[in-house]
Design a protein around this ligand. Sequence first.
Ligand SMILES: [Zn+2]
Ligand SMILES: [Zn+2]
Length: 198
Amino acid sequence: MFDTRELGRRPGALKRLSRSVPAPKDLGIEVIGVAEGATVELDLRLESVMEGVLVTGTARAPLTGECVRCLEPLEQELEVDFQELYSYPDLDERGRLAATDDEDEDDEEDTLFLEDDLLGLEPVLRDAVVLALPLQPVCQDDCPGLCSECGARLADDPDHHHETVDIRWAALQGLAGSDQDGEKDNAPRANGDDSQEK
Ligand SMILES: [Zn+2]
Ligand SMILES: [Zn+2]
């Protein structure tokens, strides 16, 4: 466990640590997030400043979710940075405690905010993760989604088509053909009656 006493109370004192913690519940949004219990790797930099301890960190965790276009499960790696200032508990009270020579109680307050399961860090981590998540996660940038006719995943079957599509193409080709006929008929009239014979 990290103990902030190692930093002392000297502004500028620095400590780095890396830890792996299980992801808390609901670390994410509806369509994508970090599964509960998945390993979150934390690299933390704790710096003693006048007001308390400034925590700067990077979190890496596996993301699981589903593509909003084709609904396939997807997995990504998430990496987010965060920073939070943890203020020392009331300094006036601390001064009084120190004056009573109750060192143990004083020490407990020192370590309150980052003890055990990083309880103090969880809201910060959650905010950072949720902000970093894609609102519309896709399995690939150009995911073509699902066939509007049958729901098949088009990425698996790029040549996928249905008879109705062919009929439409045939109809379009038919229209194109009649347009050409129309142009042939109309063009001579625009140019004058004589050209029609040539
Ligand atoms: Zn997709
Ligand atoms: Zn289809």
